[in-house]
Design a protein around this ligand. Structure first.
Ligand code: ZN
Length: 246
């Protein structure tokens, strides 16, 4: 049998308004070699499910897209269990990378290679991982939802850099796989620019605070998400101030 890239999802039992159905932990493997991407929250059941999901394959590394609590905390315990490195861009409250990844780094996976892309915006430390035309997007792009953005100018640049890659599939940190990446990338860019126009309109209508802008433009969004929306609105305002619209 010819070996090929295999990708399995282990869904963490942490559903919620911020995490959709829960965190997607991805196992990417080639033959018996595997890596685990975004092991997720530190839950014993989830850790056991990842170990079961690996079957006879042995992981060579645990990779973290970014330091949010629904992605990173299980990385160090899982890496210790297999005596392999945990990889990420920067330390965080629940994560200490054994090895640091930066833009352009490459990790072998059987006959394949995993390429590290720096994609700041959702968070400063955010990475995506590319194997062939497949991208593991963390929270840079989610399945069926927009994302919270901390730094909008960098986020838009991190989205636009994906477009020329000719991606065929995205495996996001939350939600279902994405089979038409370019359409979704274009939608994400258009959505942020649409929000920017709405924010400019809210300012013109007399809104004077982030909270007032959120009240106006996110009125159709579940109020439990308004605190996240406020982070994105603040990021929009900083970008408008520093770089202007567009
Ligand atoms: Zn996140």
């Amino acid at each position: 049998m010819v070996s090929e890239l295999r990708i399995d999802r282990v869904l963490a039992p942490n559903p919620g308004p911020f995490t959709l159905t829960g965190t997607n932990t991805w196992i990417a493997s080639f033959g018996k070699e595997a890596i685990v991407i975004d092991p997720g929250p530190r839950l014993a059941d989830h850790e056991a499910a990842i170990v079961r999901g690996l079957e006879e394959r042995r992981p060579s590394g645990i990779l973290v897209t970014h330091n949010h609590e629904d992605h990173a905390p299980l990385a160090n315990p899982l890496a210790r269990q297999f005596e392999i490195p945990a990889y990420g861009h920067a330390p965080g409250p629940d994560f200490e990378p054994d090895l640091t990844l930066v833009e352009g780094d490459r990790l072998p996976l059987g006959e394949k290679e995993l390429l590290v892309l720096a994609t700041p915006g959702h968070s400063d430390d955010h990475l995506c991982f590319q194997i062939d035309q497949v991208l593991f997007s963390g929270d840079h792009i989610m399945g069926g939802s927009s994302v919270m953005v901390e730094d909008l100018a960098r986020y838009l640049a991190s989205l636009r850099r994906l477009r020329p890659l000719g991606l065929e599939r995205i495996y996001p940190g939350h939600g279902p796989e994405i089979d038409h990446p370019d359409e979704v990338i274009d939608w994400y860019v258009a959505h942020r620019l649409q929000r920017e126009r709405e924010i400019l309109a809210a300012l013109e209508a007399g809104a004077t605070s982030v909270a007032e802008i959120v009240e106006i433009i996110y009125r159709e969004v579940d109020p439990s998400l308004h605190s996240l929306a406020a982070v994105s609105v603040a990021a929009h305002l900083r970008k408008l101030e520093e770089a202007g619209p567009g």
